[in-house]
Every structure is written in C-alpha cells, then in structure tokens.
Design a protein around this ligand. Sequence first.
Ligand code: NAP
Ligand code: GLV
Length: 326
Amino acid sequence: MWIFVTRAIPEASLRRLAEAVPEARLDVHRGPDLLSPEQLLDQARGADAIVCTLTDRIDAALLESLTPPLRVVSTFAVGHENIDLEAARRLGVRVANTPGVLTEATAEIAVALLLDAARRVSEGDRFTRAGRFERWDPLAHRGQSVYGRTVGIVGAGRIGLRVAATLRRGFDCEILVHSRRDPFETDAASDWADLGARFATKDELIAAADFVSLHCPLTPETRHWIDADALDRMRDHAILVNTARGAVIEEAALVRALREGAIAGAGLDVFEDEPRLAPGLTELENVVLAPHIGSATHRAREAMGRLCVDAVALELSGRAAPNRLV
Ligand code: NAP
Ligand code: GLV
C-alpha cells in the first residue's frame, strides 16, 4: 500500500498516519515548490491514497489517470473547490476534508481583517515605520467604529456563524445573513436567532451592511458574487472582508472600487489567482492583505492534520470517515 502526500504537513500528523497504516509506504513531497499538474500525476501514479492541499488541482483527468489503484483523497483544508467530487464519486474514490477544526481560527482572521481595515491599523503601521509619526493629530487616521454597526454575513455555515457571534457578542453589531438556504430553516436556526440575526436577500444585504464578510464556498453560483455592480450598490463607507475564496470577488472590479472610493476599504485573506494579486491592489492604502492565513494557528493546523490523516486510515481500512465528502 502506498500513500502520497503532496505538501509538508505537521510532522505529528505524518507520524500518526505512519502508525495508523504501518503497512503503507509514505512519500511526502516536501517542496517548497508546488507540484505542477504533470508532476502530481507523475509522482502520485500508483498511490492508494493522496493527502493533498487546496493548492493541488484534483480534476477528473487526474482522478481517471490514477484510479485504480487510487481509493482515497484527503485534503488538508475545508474548502474543496479544487477537487472534482462528481468524478471522484463516479470512480469510487473517497474524498475527505477538514471541517470544523479551523472554524475559530478563520473567524479570528475575518474579525482581525475587519477591525484592521475599519481602524486603519496596518495603514498606521506603515505610516509609523516610515518615520512619519511626528505628533498626535486630532484629525488624522480616523477610521470607522465597529461597535453597533450592521454586518452582512454571506454564507451561514460554521465560520459565518462564528464571525457573526463574535461581532454580535463582542461589538453589539446587528447581523444580516444571506445564504443559499434560509438559515432559520436549518439546524442552526436557534444559533442565528440567539444573535438576533435577520435573513436578507443579496440586494438587501449589500445595500444595508456597513461591513460585509464572505463565508460561502467557491462554486459556479458564488464566483464573482461581488462584482462591479454589487460594489456599486454597497454603501460608500462599507468595508468588504473575504476569508472565503478569492474568486468570490471580481478582484479587478474591487481594485477600481477601492481606488475610486466606491467602498471605504477591504480586508482580504484570499485572492482570485493566488498567489498573484490583481494589478494595483498593493498600491492601495485602504486594503489589508493577508497571505491566506485563515487556518494558520498551531492548534488548527495540528487538528487539520489529525482529521486529514485519520480519514485516510479509516477509508483505507474500509470504514467511513466522519468527514467524508463523497
Ligand atoms: P460551511 O460550514 O459549509 O459554510 C458555508 C456556507 O455557505 C453554508 O451555509 C452554505 O450553505 C453556504 N453557501 C453555499 N452556497 C452558497 C451560495 N451560493 N450563496 C450563499 N451561501 C452559500 O463551510 P465553512 O467551514 O464555514 O467554510 C466556508 C468557506 O471558507 C470554505 O468553503 C472555504 O472556502 C473558506 N475557508 C477559508 C479559510 C482561509 O484560510 N481563509 C479557512 C477555512 C475555510 P448550505 O448549508 O446550503 O450548503
Ligand atoms: C482554507 O482555505 C481551507 O479551505 O481550509
């Protein structure tokens, strides 16, 4: 039996995998360069299981070429738009991800980006480092208070709920929520009700929110959910936060909106063509940029590693992993 791991993940999870499946050969591509699609195909050929990450493209052609013997793909991420689940289902390949264990970590980054963009912290950091802080100034560096404002949450899942709860309980914000299904008709209805949240259509949310935070997966429906038209209809003091996936926003349109003042600011952890950034983005003062660090805490990454490798061990032994997607 052979397990191929496409990136270096926490050593503890690799040890755990080796102990759980002692009969397997374990090969890890330690990088630092990512595998190209051709290298991935070449290096994973013959593997029974692949541990991948969100930077690997696991499409139908790859799955068809590797199956059999491929039986399991386990991704070190909760988002799985890089994996063709329909092809996996058709080929009988089991796929798992890492839901839940990175919810708090990612929610922290969303709130951090929101506070930073609203209160201009990173902008002030650049100003101070540049030696431009010469005196306290009653008129300078004024940003927006977060307390008591209206926050629009897009995607009423685990992370969206955690962000909403933090902003409601910590900052007394009003919560509007938009999702594929009405969250008040799901198992999480009472959680949203406890926050006094209100369901909003896309149009209502975009027009009313002071801050908009994106927490939906990237799907054909959510690609460019925030486009030039949506940015136009947002409030001119609005701040947009994206910890979901870059392509949920039309990034070139966002650069124009930020440059022209159509909205006040943005906090971005994810980008449309990562790690490349849209031209002009880094020249703007009113955007906070983070290198896709939503889950980047020691605790979350260790837990992701455990969940990810446990799914491999379970599925290879013919048992269903609780985090199985297909
Ligand atoms: P989740 O619990 O599945 O929540 C996603 C929510 O989005 C669900 O409520 C889902 O509705 C909703 N949704 C689906 N399609 C939608 C649409 N067309 N319009 C509006 N809402 C829609 O997932 P999660 O754990 O909160 O993670 C959310 C996303 O965050 C992931 O998919 C991933 O892309 C991203 N993420 C990023 C980082 C980072 O490092 N920046 C870390 C973790 C996750 P249904 O219940 O109807 O499906
Ligand atoms: C990170 O972006 C994830 O989806 O886990």
